[in-house]
Design a protein around this ligand. Structure first.
Ligand code: NAD
Length: 470
């Protein structure tokens, strides 16, 4: 079925809906909505067999109201200019929702990555970076990429290496890209950050007594039946954290097929099975389901964590989940969101739910600029202070703590502890803001609209007093 609206049109439509509920100057709203700059590159690449292939790639910077701009780079055959602009816009709103001081950006290379060797992928990534440098579309204070669909820490390491070798003497060069391997300036906890953030967001939603009552669900994650689409970085980690905290993963979908088991699936076992068999189909003890049909499985929470436009007006009426956790960007079309809202479903919007990645990327950027690991200065000091406190408690109470108890209680925070706690704080606070905005509108708006109102208010505030608008 032909899509009626492009991805960017969908994002802009959702923006307009939220903007209409604000009182900002129309010029300010127009400025916020506009994609500031788009760079379309075509460059030749030498294939291993000696042939030359011309590659299409893009980088879009949506908003410069805060700099640098920030957003992932995806490798997929579905990449096109409209998609990259839409994703860049979502990044702007997402950063505002979680108070990360960046404008939004996104990049993409139109390739089927499995058709390229590792050496070819490295050549493509390095050439793409070189092209971004040439046009000033990358840099610690300009535009800072990160991974997205089809990319990971390895590509980020290639980008960092290419950029630093061109930016001789630039002290902060490593801050040109985030989600690097820890050995190359990355931060602990970034790989799993988006999935962990998805877990925190879903946990917050399930902890809201009014929402759970309205949905006819019990409070808390315990026993909630979850289906996850996409077992990549975001989907895998989200499923893992949800399962660790009591949820039951009853369905998992990949592009080649899906599996379900009402008694629960072990995510690590499924991933291992897929690695060995190159498919999740026929996983022992599970029932096979057609890939897209997995979205319609009987469950409480559906987590689309693959690509955009997965839940449309066509399949929305058949979705059984009461909570949709948008781990992917734009998985639910506007029409589908309206249908689900009318049916009483709760959609946790992408602009909030998958913001854990950019939040921890922000921490990594700060680490790179400060040139010191989080926790390095205070870890031992905290440890000493807690130990002195325990000794005082022992003295007053006459109780003696075991070495194991002392080690557990009197532990200074490591980098990973601080990253995870900063991420949790961010997701909890941002959720509270969305609920407050929804309540201010008497519960008549979706959390997606609440998130966009929140973003618009914050971005509009950054234009205040500048006098550039009539
Ligand atoms: P990834 O490449 O690591 O994983 C994507 C997974 O989805 C792969 O396993 C792929 O095989 C699977 N997939 C592809 N098409 C599918 C289909 N039709 N049905 C089922 N599965 C399918 O990508 P990722 O980084 O996990 O990103 C997933 C989504 O999350 C994207 O929308 C991305 O924009 C969004 N996101 C990612 C991050 C991040 O930090 N990586 C941050 C925010 C948002």
């Amino acid at each position: 079925m032909a899509k009626r609206y492009s991805f960017l049109m969908q994002v802009n439509h959702a923006f307009d809906k939220a903007a209409a509920l604000t009182e900002h100057d129309p010029t300010v709203l127009k400025t916020i909505k506009a994609v500031n700059s788009v760079y379309h590159i075509q460059f030749p690449i030498l294939r291993d067999d000696g042939s030359i292939e011309v590659i299409h790639a893009w980088r879009a910077e949506h908003s410069h109201h805060k700099q640098p701009t920030k957003g992932g780079i995806r490798y997929s055959m579905a990449v096109n200019e409209d998609e990259i602009m839409a994703l860049a816009a979502l990044m702007t709103y997402k950063c505002a929702v979680v108070d990360v001081p960046f404008g939004g950006a996104k990049g993409g290379i139109k390739i089927a990555r499995h058709k390229f060797s590792e050496a070819e992928l490295e050549r493509i990534t390095r050439r793409y970076t070189f092209e971004l440098v040439k046009k000033n579309f990358i840099g610690p204070g300009i535009d800072v990429p990160a991974p997205d669909f089809g990319t990971g820490a390895k590509e980020m390491a290639w980008i960092a290496d290419t950029y630093t070798s061109l930016a001789t003497g630039e002290l902060n060069a490593l801050a040109c890209v985030t989600a690097k391997p820890v050995s190359q300036g990355g931060i602990r906890g970034r790989t799993e950050a988006t999935g962990r953030g998805v877990y925190f967001g879903i946990r917050e939603a399930c902890d809201n007594p009014e929402d759970m009552k309205r949905l006819g669900l019990s409070r808390g994650l315990e026993g909630k039946r979850v289906v996850v689409q996409g077992l990549g970085n975001v989907g895998y980690h989200a499923a893992k954290f949800l399962a660790e905290c009591g949820a039951v993963i009853v369905g998992l979908a990949e592009y080649e097929g899906a599996i379900c088991n009402p008694k629960g699936l072990d995510v690590d076992e499924v991933v291992e099975y897929r690695r060995t068999n190159e498919s999740i189909v026929d996983f022992p003890g599970a029932e096979n389901v057609e890939s897209k049909a997995a979205l319609e499985l009987d469950c409480d929470i559906l987590v689309p964590a693959a690509l955009e436009n997965q839940i449309t007006e066509e399949n929305a009426p058949r979705i059984k989940a009461k909570i949709i956790g948008e781990a992917a960007n734009g998985p639910t079309t506007g029409e589908a969101a309206d249908i689900l809202f009318q049916r009483g479903c709760l959609i946790l919007p992408d602009t909030y739910l998958n913001a854990g990645g950019v939040t921890v990327s922000y921490f990594e950027w700060v680490k790179n600029l400060s040139h010191v690991r989080f926790g390095r200065m205070e870890k031992r000091f905290e440890q000493g202070a807690y130990r002195r406190l325990l000794k005082a408690v022992e003295k007053v109470t006459g109780k003696h703590f075991t070495d194991a108890e002392i080690n557990e209680i009197a532990r200074g925070a490591s980098e990973e502890d601080l990253v995870n706690s900063g991420l949790e704080e961010t997701m909890v606070m941002a959720y509270q803001q969305l609920i407050e905005i929804r309540e201010a509108h008497e519960g008549k708006i979706t959390l997606r609209t609440a998130a966009l109102i929140n973003a618009i208010d914050k971005i509009a505030a950054s234009y205040e007093h500048l006098g550039i608008f009539p």
